[in-house]
Design a protein around this ligand. Structure first.
Ligand SMILES: [Zn+2]
Length: 393
């Protein structure tokens, strides 16, 4: 099921009267596609000309609504090219945001608009690196700019076709307006800049349990990786404020006698005990560098999940929030529980910033991030998330 260089299209419908059949076409059966199950990974797509002519516009529409396949949270593999370690750089998604695609499956780059319309605008059809084979010469990144070429290049003609196509059909603009910025399987997508929707007003940053008793060196419930992520959490809060995202501080504050803490931790409370994050204590305060500001919201929880027995969900719904970004500690407990609940509650987009969250060990952290990715959570680094946030405004 690869994008193949040789097509089979011969017939044409009214819609497709301009479609030029690729070379070496043979009168074999054209495929009836299941429009609800179009392959998302660029390496797995068939050429548009291999689909039945009646379906081609609908297929183009679906891919345009989704936007280029840009899995920003992916761990892009290194390869030795020449004598150097190279890999796909997710910053290229910002540079070529309206067309560049990446296939996780084959570690190669593709072009969405050439995929959708190149056969349509080119008599040559046939083989093309960014449509059929995929590009992976990561040392020759100038090829990405070269691919776009001059105003009359095939790429730019195809791009123009995409724009015309989107203008013709109001439902595409509406669908893009409504779509979330992150999709299933950890693939983060972004529409073309002209159509992109800002997430300013519908995104909240959840800062979870960044309190002295969980983070500081001698804290009673210290999470080993906690202290190291403080600068990244500070930065994430700063970026969230710049972007106009709602900042929500999720903290534990317990009864000093431990009557509202999980049963397995109650022995830590009472006279002469450590009483972690008990109400009003120094240990319950946020670590240095994190400050609650006017307009932020604070949620006190007594369990792992920020949603368990709190008003968080109804508050977020009232505030029109449908996209969540989580930072803090610790990955296998409060982060994971909150994130799983957010997915269960149908938040359209749930993101965990992988280097602004932490666990006792890197292995535990990685395993839990992986579990979250498997339920459709995006897992970018802080840098990737910052780049995405600023490119999407
Ligand atoms: Zn192209």
């Amino acid at each position: 099921m690869k994008r193949k260089a040789s097509g089979t299209g011969t017939s044409s419908s009214v819609n497709e009267s301009n479609d030029i059949p690729p070379p070496s076409s043979s009168p074999t059966m054209l495929t009836e596609a299941d429009l609800n199950d179009l392959p998302w990974d660029p390496s797995e797509r068939k050429r548009i000309s291999e689909y039945h002519p009646d379906q081609r516009d609908e297929i183009r529409k679906q891919y345009l609504i989704k936007g280029p396949c840009q899995p920003r949270g992916h761990t892009f593999p290194w390869r030795i090219i020449g004598n150097k370690k190279r890999r796909f750089n997710p910053a290229w998604f910002n540079q070529f945001s309206d067309w560049l695609e990446y296939s996780v499956k084959v570690d190669k780059a593709f072009c969405l608009c050439c995929y959708l319309f190149k056969d349509h605008v080119s008599k040559q059809g046939g083989c093309d690196t960014f449509v059929t084979e995929g590009f992976n010469s990561w040392n020759k990144t100038e090829r990405l700019s070269l691919h776009m070429g001059s105003a009359n290049s095939l790429h730019n003609k195809a791009l123009k076709k995409c724009e015309e196509f989107m203008k013709q059909d109001d439902s595409i603009a509406v669908a893009i307006q409504n779509k979330n910025n992150f999709v299933k399987n950890g693939y983060q997508i972004q529409s073309s800049p002209s159509k992109s929707t800002t997430t300013r007003n519908n995104t909240a940053l959840l800062v979870i349990d960044m309190q002295n008793d969980f983070v500081l060196e001698d804290a009673p419930l210290r999470v080993d990786g906690g202290l190291a992520i403080v600068p990244n959490v500070v930065k994430a809060v700063e970026v969230a404020r710049q972007q106009g995202f709602l900042v929500v501080w999720v903290v534990r504050e317990h009864d000093p006698m431990g009557r509202d803490v999980e049963v397995f931790r109650r022995h830590l409370y009472g006279d002469g005990k450590a009483k972690p994050t008990s109400k009003g204590s120094k240990g319950a305060e946020l670590v240095d560098g994190l400050i609650i500001k006017e307009g932020d919201y604070k949620v006190v929880k007594t369990r792992f999940s920020a949603f368990f027995a709190t008003n968080l969900h109804s508050f977020l719904q009232g505030a029109g929030i449908d996209s969540l970004v989580a930072v803090g500690v610790q990955t296998p407990n409060c982060i994971r529980q909150s994130v799983f609940d957010a997915v269960e509650l149908d938040y359209k987009s749930v993101t965990v910033i992988v280097d602004a969250t932490a666990a006792a060990t890197p292995d535990v952290h990685a395993a839990n991030v992986n579990d979250m990715k498997n339920i459709g959570v995006a897992a970018p680094t802080l840098k990737e998330w910052c780049e995405f946030s600023s490119s999407n405004t």
